[in-house]
Design a protein around this ligand. Structure first.
Ligand code: ATP
Length: 750
């Protein structure tokens, strides 16, 4: 046994005292132990013990009569089949102190004891506070919840010091700077869940985005280190980031969503079948089997529930088995049962030695106790950074304690908001109230929220921040252990080749917009328009010039209609998918070129189907030139016009990325092109004549005139019907040129 302990102790770089603790606790037990997954020793009792790099806890979390090792803290958690997790900590350190890993690394054990019944979870609760959430699901409460399984990956230790972030504010009269984050310090180890808490607007999302590498601009200062190295692009594929708003395609089913993510994100070395199998595993692990064939939905389309949608978002990120998982308010808007399930899921993920960081608004006390580390923010300043279990002790050490039984999270948020109605305040703060800043006595009996905020920020700076910074500066055993894993120079790897990316994105695009293709509304719109045109120009004759001019009006309308329609449809393409594009490109899921080509091509089937229906009706009703060649040439010209107009719409959308501004700009351009199209104005002044050459209506109109009347006359309404190659070339150049512009514009944003 002692040999076993020595082996474990040295392999996990634990101090002798800690290995001594371990020996005492596990004496007489039959034990199967593993250290970092390598050393395995089997003893008498069938226990499974894993060493985890849990930080120490000062809070006494011992179930009475359960352990009997005085002077040590033991935290017992339940798992599958009465699985227990023990954490042994030193008791001596002061409140709020964050111990360095080298000196105070604690041991986390989990082992199963056959036939052992565990006490309920309340052993982990803080005694002065009530639990406000009793509707815990049976499977969770009874310890029958199946554990989420994840493969081991590179472990990432994240530490950040003096993180400061400012933004430039532009007022009506002046421009200024606003501090969003002011010197934030903290650290989180693999195997831990760090919660970022604070009132709305305190800077949680900003800090999360900074740590997740989502905000990179020159207004950031301080240091953020991943295994002691700065952020690099190669980290993208190791980071999962679940945004506050679920960014998902509404018309894809749960299964399709996760499967496409698996196909794009998982390494090339895995076969398509293996990737699909992994997607199925994630669906099962997240308990989404029941709704796997349901559409995600949105406010217009009924889909899965909020909790299921959140789990799909998490599944989308964990499919790549990330080393670092960031979540922005994963429980907001969910009932307490669903919220608890999600936090349990995060715990399971962390237990696979992942580093998990989540923002959370107002957790119940049960949720609060699930977090290993806590950062409390208020107006961008740090109020607490350290172990979640020590937060209450820390605040009581600086004189702030709850006067009534309350959820610790509620108490901390009250403090962060400066609300001290049910909170005892320290004498220094009372003195400030009674004397006022000027030293004169005031009648006010309560410190103002600003005074509370200043007091807490100062207390944190003196008691916690300095201590945390000092410890962060120390090279820990963890740093030494991970320094060989140089994440900076790891090769950026795509999950699929360019062609595979294109195929997957093309199929996904078709599936997402399949309802559009068979939108009866659009088909009816086209049929109705073409029937009206056919009736208005019913069997129009072209035997004299007047009739010819009359029918030319129809041809011009066709040229305008099939330019307007595609421009205003294409404008939506990129602005609508901006959030998805940013998210997926942020995770290096595919090359922008593959997305661009797939996205623009997946609209083409519909773009060809509708004009075909249109022309079949109008052509024969209006009595246009009745030869197969004329019909097909007219069709090809319309397709070319559509491709050019679509290119313009894509370019405007990608350049502006704002629908209101894009539609305004497009309407001006399209109107100018229409007016310069050669039908309304015959003699365009020379200084503006270039506009005609930019107008796709102008080229389309000339081409259809040539196809319809080229055999009758060489001039129609003052327009010479010459070769036509110039016009074809111009439309083709526009179709390609506008797309290149769109691609370049898109590069700036994704
Ligand atoms: N680009 C920006 N321009 C102007 N203000 C900004 C910008 N980004 C953040 N802020 C401001 O910074 C503060 C912190 O924002 P952040 O979204 O990080 O808060 P939060 O704590 O996540 O809030 P919530 O809980 O409501 O999501 C807010 O006051 C917000 O208005």
């Amino acid at each position: 046994m002692e040999q076993t302990m020595e082996k474990m102790s040295s392999s996990s770089r634990l101090s002798e005292a800690q290995s001594d603790q371990l020996t005492k606790i596990s004496e007489g037990d039959k034990m199967k132990s593993s250290s970092g997954g390598s050393n395995e020793v089997t003893k008498e009792v069938d226990c499974q013990m894993t060493l985890s790099r849990k930080s120490s806890r000062n809070q006494v979390l011992v179930s009475p009569g359960r352990s009997g090792n005085s002077g040590r803290n033991i935290h017992i958690k339940k798992g599958k089949s009465a699985q227990m997790k023990f954490e042994f900590d030193d008791v001596g350190s002061g409140p709020g102190a964050t111990l360095s890993r080298a000196s105070s690394a604690s041991l986390g054990f989990s082992f199963s004891l056959a036939g052992f019944t565990m006490p309920p979870d309340e052993i982990a609760d803080f005694s002065p506070f009530s639990d406000d959430d009793d509707d815990i699901p049976e499977d969770v409460e009874a310890g029958t919840r199946s554990k989420f399984q994840m493969e081991p990956t590179l472990q990432i230790y994240l530490k950040f010091t003096e993180v400061t972030y400012k933004i430039i504010t532009k007022g009506v009269a002046s421009t200024g700077e606003k501090g969003i984050l002011k010197g934030i310090n903290g650290a989180v180890n693999p195997g831990e869940v760090l919660a970022l808490m604070g009132p709305s607007g305190s800077g949680k999302t900003t800090l999360l985005s900074l740590l997740g590498g989502r905000l990179t601009d020159h207004m950031i200062s301080g240091s953020i280190a991943y295994n002691d190295q700065p952020y690099s692009k190669s980290l993208k594929s190791r980071i999962g980031f679940v945004t506050q708003d679920d960014v998902l395609f509404p018309h894809l089913t749960v299964k399709e969503t996760i499967t496409y993510a698996a196909l794009l994100k998982l390494p090339k070395t895995l076969s398509k079948q293996a990737k699909e199998k992994q997607a199925e595993d994630v669906i099962r692990e997240l308990g989404l089997e029941r709704c796997q064939d349901t559409m995600i939905g949105n406010s217009f389309v009924r889909g899965v529930s909020g909790g299921e949608r959140k789990r799909v978002s998490i599944g989308n990120e964990i499919i790549i088995n990330p080393s670092l998982l960031f979540l922005d308010e994963p429980t907001s808007g969910l009932d307490s049962t669903t919220a608890l399930r999600i936090i349990h899921l995060l715990q399971d993920i962390a237990e696979a030695q992942k580093t998990v960081i989540t923002t959370i608004h107002q957790p119940s006390s049960r949720l609060f106790h699930k977090f290993d580390k806590l950062i409390l923010l208020s107006k961008g300043s740090l109020l607490y950074s350290g172990k979640a279990s020590e937060a209450m002790e820390y605040f009581s050490s600086i004189g702030c304690s709850p006067l009534i039984s309350m959820n610790p999270a509620e108490f901390l948020l009250d403090l962060a908001n400066g609300n001290i109605n049910d909170v005892s305040v320290p004498s220094e703060l009372e003195d400030i109230v009674h004397l006022g800043k000027s030293g004169t006595h005031t009648m006010n009996t309560k410190p103002s929220p600003t005074a509370v905020h200043e007091y807490l920020v100062e207390a944190c700076a003196t008691n916690v921040a300095e201590e945390t910074k000092r410890k962060l500066a120390i090279r820990t055993s963890w740093d030494r252990e991970t320094e060989s894993s140089d994440i900076r120079y790891a090769k950026r790897e795509w999950g699929a080749s360019w062609t595979e990316q294109f195929t997957i994105l093309f199929c996904r695009g078709i599936k997402e917009r399949r309802h559009d293709y068979f939108s009866w509304l659009r088909i009816i719109q086209i049929i109705a328009t073409s029937v009206i045109l056919g009736l208005l120009w019913w069997r129009s004759d072209v035997h004299n010039t007047k009739d010819l001019k009359n029918q030319a009006g129809l041809l011009f309308f066709i040229a305008v209609f099939w330019a307007f329609f595609p421009v205003f449809t294409a404008i939506f393409t990129f602005p609508q998918e901006r959030a998805m594009l940013k998210k997926e490109r942020g995770a290096d899921m595919y090359k922008l070129s593959a997305y661009f080509v797939a996205r623009t091509m997946s609209d083409i089937p519909l773009d060809l189907l509708l004009p075909l229906i249109f022309l079949l009706i109008v052509y024969f009703m209006a009595g246009l030139r009745l030869t197969a060649q004329a019909f097909f040439l007219t069709m090809v010209i319309i397709f070319l016009c559509i491709l050019a107009a679509q290119g313009l719409g894509l370019a405007i959308g990608a350049a502006v990325m704002d629908l209101n501004r894009a539609t305004t700009l497009a309407s001006v351009i399209v109107m100018a092109f229409m007016l310069a199209g050669g039908f309304f104005v015959k003699d365009v002044p020379i200084f503006i004549s270039w506009l005609s050459y930019l107008s796709f209506n102008y080229h389309t109109y000339r081409l259809v005139l040539k196809v319809q009347y080229g055999h009758i006359t060489s001039v129609v309404d003052g327009i010479e019907l010459d070769g036509g190659l110039k016009e074809v070339g111009a439309l083709a150049a526009m179709a390609i040129g506008y797309r290149i512009l769109a691609y370049m514009s898109l590069r700036r944003v994704a």
